[in-house]
Design a protein around this ligand. Sequence first.
Ligand code: GDP
Length: 364
Amino acid sequence: GFKMGIVGLPNVGKSTLFNALTKTAAAQAANFPFCTIEPNVGEVAVPDARLDKLAAAAGSKQIIPTRMTFVDIAGLVKGASKGEGLGNQFLANIREVDAIAHVLRCFEDSDVTHVEGRVDPVADAETIETELMLADLESIEKRRANLVRKLKGNDKEAQQQDRLLAAAQAAIEDSKPARTVEIDEDDAKAWKMLQLLTSKPVLYVCNVSESEAASGNALSEAVAKMAAAEGNSHVVISARIEEEISQLDADEAQMFLEEMGLEEPGLDRLIRAGYELLHLETYFTVGPKEARAWTIQAGTMAPQAAGVIHGDFEKGFIRAETIAFDDFVGCGGEQGAKEAGKMRSEGKSYTVKDGDVLHFLFNN
Ligand code: GDP
């Protein structure tokens, strides 16, 4: 599955957001830096209104959304790369995630201590990015030193790694994160394997006060500007509101949202933004038993998409019977779509599209 790491300075609202995301009752939020010492991992259902429609059309008994993993990564402070705070543990956790949700404090509250003694989300973003760049630099230098012997032996893989590390190093020495390096398709896999912290896409999460959840504020606007200039994305959210919503049942939550002038929970937007950031798409499997969503990266071919369900589906892949979402719902389910000639039989080279309803045929 795909993993988003939640990072940010202490006391910006990470735990509040994480708890809302995973609905863990035991809120670890406390007005104290480093209260979230253990990295917390939670799986979140990806909201998708299409699932309900598919289930209705097919009479499916159960709906199973696809999931995304969030990791609450505590301990990043100024100087983390030099081993202050919880530096190293933090770095190990963040290497494993696919993207970073960077929570920025955009709310004023004199009761909540800011580690730097002032509320300035753009400066906070720079503080964290600087720490991540320093950590990358250190690991790049170490790794390049370790490659020297292999390079002498003309090892092709080592040459590729060293070339990519050198490019990242040049960018960072120029005060630019590794994600600004342009990577050829041939290098994409090796680049990703380097797991550089600043090569990961970033989604800024502006945590605003309850009263500004719908409108945002001057601080979140400054973040929006910064994000746009960097080619990153951002969402405006009130972690406190999300925490409250997560404790309500569906009807109560709807009423609460309306009162707040919100169309949907901020978490839905956050999850969707993460999905977009990672270029993720959803396909469905639908039957009388269940309507289920599955996550793939955009551009995934049918056999690999099948592999998300089970490795055997990929190995023994024969073909995929395919109905587009609109056709499935428009024709009232699989039988209707079939009769209307909307079911296609696709082979190994088919690129799965977002919203496809798939039925895989495979050899055991
Ligand atoms: P973390 O250290 O980043 O995980 O931050 P927490 O989630 O533990 O939050 C730190 C403190 O800020 C807690 O007391 C939260 O209740 C408070 N907090 C979080 N979000 C908001 C908000 O939007 N407004 C206000 N006023 N306080 C918040």
